[in-house]
Design a protein around this ligand. Structure first.
Ligand code: AMP
Length: 229
């Protein structure tokens, strides 16, 4: 195909603009959300169907490729039938996953692996990483952040009390993450509670970074937020 001068110039400008904007064309995403969940908030409603012994620490939900424009590529090629038995992730990493990334819900023969497989197939396949590299990065990044300690050191603790959004924002200001709420009923009232904290991770999966804008509260309303025990 022969391109005339105008076409060549257009291609050059588009290429340059997408490079400058850091768009996701090359990789399909720009960064990850490392999604940490507060298990009590996953499990404290009647239909949650959680296993007993709900952890009292933030656990991993997943690490999701994201684009700067708000997209989230999903279900790319490379799905696995079962992460644990696939032979694609080493034992040390699987051990760390069992500790940090439990399936909180009942069901199946290997509930943890079921949850990881869902997360790999939906999100991990779009990371352009091999399963071993992806899962190792997820557990290493999660281990590098102690959200509960950070909140506690700012006197925000899981005690069923209500906290001001501004105080939560101040406590988490190294990360400027997304704080996602869900609803809980207690004593005949409905409250917003901390459900997930979504941290930003560089595209190579090697560093947790600030999300680069003010902390976003999603589904939290405008009022104070409960941190459930
Ligand atoms: P995702 O598809 O990545 O957006 O995750 C949402 C799905 O994961 C929903 O079906 C949730 O019920 C499920 N989920 C979230 N956290 C857990 C958990 N800790 N264990 C099992 N399933 C979970």
């Amino acid at each position: 195909m022969k391109l005339n001068g105008a076409a060549v110039a257009t291609v050059a400008v588009v290429t340059l603009l997408s490079f400058l904007a850091g768009t996701s064309d090359a990789q399909g995403y720009d960064f990850f959300y490392l999604v940490m969940q507060w298990p009590r908030a996953v499990c404290n409603h009647p239909r949650s169907n959680c296993r007993p012994a709900v952890p009292q620490t933030f656990t991993i939900h997943g690490m999701w490729p994201q684009t700067n424009s708000g997209g989230s590529p999903q279900n790319c090629p490379g799905s696995l039938r079962d992460v644990r038995s696939s032979g694609r992730v080493d034992r040390t990493t699987l051990g760390a996953m069992d500790r940090q990334w439990p399936n909180l819900k009942r069901g199946g023969r290997d509930p943890n692996s079921q949850f990881w497989t869902h997360e790999w197939n939906k999100h991990g396949t779009c990371s352009r990483m091999q399963p071993q590299d992806y899962f190792r990065r997820v557990v290493d990044r999660a281990a590098s952040v102690d959200l509960l300690r950070l909140l506690r050191s700012n006197r925000i603790q899981p005690d069923n009390r209500l906290y001001r959004q501004a105080d939560i924002e101040a406590a988490l200001n190294v990360y400027d993450p997304v704080v996602k709420c869900n609803d809980v009923r207690s004593g005949g009232r409905s409250y917003k509670q901390i459900h997930e904290i979504r941290l930003c991770v560089q595209m190579d999966g090697n560093r947790v970074v600030s999300c680069g804008r003010r902390t976003q509260f999603r589904s939290c309303g405008n009022g104070d937020i409960r941190f459930s025990r």
